[in-house]
Design a protein around this ligand. Structure first.
Ligand code: NAD
Length: 369
């Protein structure tokens, strides 16, 4: 199998973490006889410096012409005074829209080796493994009318969904739940909002096509509380754009660090894979960036674009093993407990790479027997 991946490293720690993710994909490719061809293009601040635009035409063209896009992060303090549509972040928003993905997948997994980095108690987080499926192209962030009447003192946004928009993202959530623990929690505010009543009735309708998946509905305010009290009770959480934005950030607490979180946006012309964190200018160039979010993002690419589930699991297992060995980038450092070794971005990437090679070697040896 041959895959063309457009690599958009971007700004700040983007190039540092995507370098490690790329190494993992290359390693999977070499060990398994797949081939990942990387086309590296500028986006964000680096693209503004080189081409005067945060999303140059040739970058967009390459992205649209590939099998998957792997992105680092964009943004930097030197661009903060530019108008919003000229800033590095505008390039990413334009890219997301052009690729057309409407389902944003954000896993939130509590690695047992990191139970002491989360502010929640280990007995609450241990074993938690949640997949958020957030609708990404509709709702309050995109619908019209929207306005800010400064003189009149009125701001307006609209939460609007069509039945078709709900059906397509719900199908993805149920489909993914079938491969997991077969439970979907749909989150809305149907006790107050008509748009949520449409959401709830449409999701219920879609659920009928997936009799092997259990569906429950929660109001968003109650869900925010249950996520912290009983995160283990959740499998797939399906929700609209704004609720998903807020709840997935809240659930990030169970993982212990922003640097651990991967994401994928699927359903459009080309899938987009990016760690959840930003360009972290405060630590760029110091070797402190945690590359695990980007490496776990590469695992999502293997799962959702390359259809290499076994290799995706191998990458996730390798990450679990390096954490269990006590390796920590600075963001994961514990204030108590002794069994830890603080490592750089490169050292962490290398450790995952070595574990991964061992896992795949062993798997191949078993197959050969
Ligand atoms: P950020 O995610 O870059 O950083 C927030 C905090 O988390 C910082 O203290 C940072 O050091 C830390 N952090 C982030 N990723 C880390 C990692 N992998 N390892 C260790 N520590 C990590 O968010 P911010 O500071 O609000 O934004 C910085 C810039 O990034 C801004 O220009 C912002 O617009 C941009 N941004 C981009 C994206 C994206 O490209 N998807 C997302 C969020 C923010």
């Amino acid at each position: 199998m041959k895959m063309k991946v457009t690599l958009l490293a971007g700004d700040g720690i983007g190039p540092e973490v995507t370098r490690e993710a790329k190494q993992v994909l290359e390693s999977v490719g070499q060990l398994n006889g797949h081939s990942f061809e990387f086309v590296e293009m500028p986006i964000g601040g680096v693209a503004i410096r080189q081409h005067g635009s945060p999303l140059p035409a040739q970058t967009l063209e390459a992205a649209l012409d590939s099998d998957a896009v792997l992105l680092g992060a964009v943004g930097g303090n030197e661009f903060n005074s530019l108008p919003a549509d000229k800033r590095p972040e505008a390039g990413l928003l334009q890219l997301r829209q052009a690729l057309g993905g409407y389902a944003n997948l954000r896993p939130s997994v509590a690695y047992s080796a990191l139970s002491d980095t989360s502010p929640l108690r280990p007995e609450v987080t241990d074993g938690a493994d949640i997949l958020f499926v957030r609708e990404l192209l509709g709702g309050l962030y995109f619908a019209h009318p929207r306005s800010w009447d400064r003189e009149g003192g009125v701001g307006l946004n609209t939460m609007r969904y069509t039945r078709d928009e709900v059906v397509r993202v719900a199908r993805i959530a149920f489909h993914l739940a079938q491969k997991r623990r077969k439970k979907v929690t749909s989150v809305d505010k149907a006790n107050v909002l008509e748009v949520s009543q449409l959401w709830r009735s449409t999701v219920t309708e879609v659920a009928a096509q997936y009799p092997d998946v259990a569906l429950d509905h929660q109001y968003v305010d109650a869900c925010a509380m249950h996520l912290m009290n009983t995160p283990r009770n959740f499998d797939v959480v399906l929700t609209e754009n704004l609720f998903g934005d807020i709840l997935s950030d809240e659930a990030a607490v169970i993982t212990g660090s922003l640097g651990m979180l991967p994401s994928a946006t699927i359903g459009g012309k080309v899938n987009l894979y990016e760690p959840v964190h930003g360009s972290a200018p405060d630590i760029a160039g110091t070797g402190k960036a945690n590359p695990l979010g980007a490496i776990l993002t590469a695992a999502m690419l293997l799962r959702h674009s390359a259809n290499l589930e076994q290799d995706a699991v191998a990458v996730e297992t390798a990450v679990g093993r390096v954490l269990a060995r006590g390796l920590r980038t600075a963001d994961l450092a514990r204030t108590r407990g002794l069994n830890q070794q603080i490592v750089t971005t490169r050292e962490m990437g290398r450790a995952v790479f070595e574990e991964l090679n061992e896992i795949i070697d062993r798997r191949q040896a078993l197959h050969a027997v």
